[in-house]
Write a new protein. Structure first.
Length: 141
């Protein structure tokens, strides 16, 4: 009798611990043919970018979470106080902006630095720059 409940609990824990995973959108003019971004996992955050001859990977980077409460207070406090209360309490994540900066490395030691930003309703996007200074736009689903 306990086994079905334990199996259900295990399934919920395994699927519940996984953070969002976004797949790279292939853009014309970029060397990346695939990749993904997994965040909200703390030290298990991961960025993978795959080029035709190289795979770049970064792990354990910090995803910053910011909300411009001063600007949102000006916009909502007197006009829509219930909305302001939800924003201030952290219940309305639509106004949160996420960002990350990391350096992804290949097995050969090549590095590419990436800066990404997105809001609660949008998907991650930004730019990755190689050592030579060439910048490539990246966007995730």
């Amino acid at each position: 009798m306990k086994t079905p409940y334990l199996n259900l609990l295990a399934a919920v824990l395994v699927t519940g611990c996984a953070g969002p995973v976004h797949m790279l959108v292939k853009e014309d003019g970029t060397p990346f043919i695939g990749g993904n971004l997994a965040h909200d996992r703390g030290m298990d955050n991961r960025l993978v970018l795959e080029a035709t001859s190289r795979r770049y990977e970064a792990r354990g980077f910090v995803v910053e979470r910011q909300t411009n409460l001063a600007e949102l207070r000006k916009r909502y406090y007197g006009v829509d106080p219930k909305h302001w209360d939800r924003i201030f309490a952290g219940l309305d994540a639509g106004h949160v902006v996420y960002s990350l900066e990391t350096v992804a490395r290949s097995a050969e030691g090549q590095e590419i630095s990436c800066r990404l930003m997105w809001s609660g309703a949008a998907k991650p996007a930004g730019v990755c720059t190689d050592r030579a200074g060439a910048a490539f736009p990246v966007r995730f689903e």
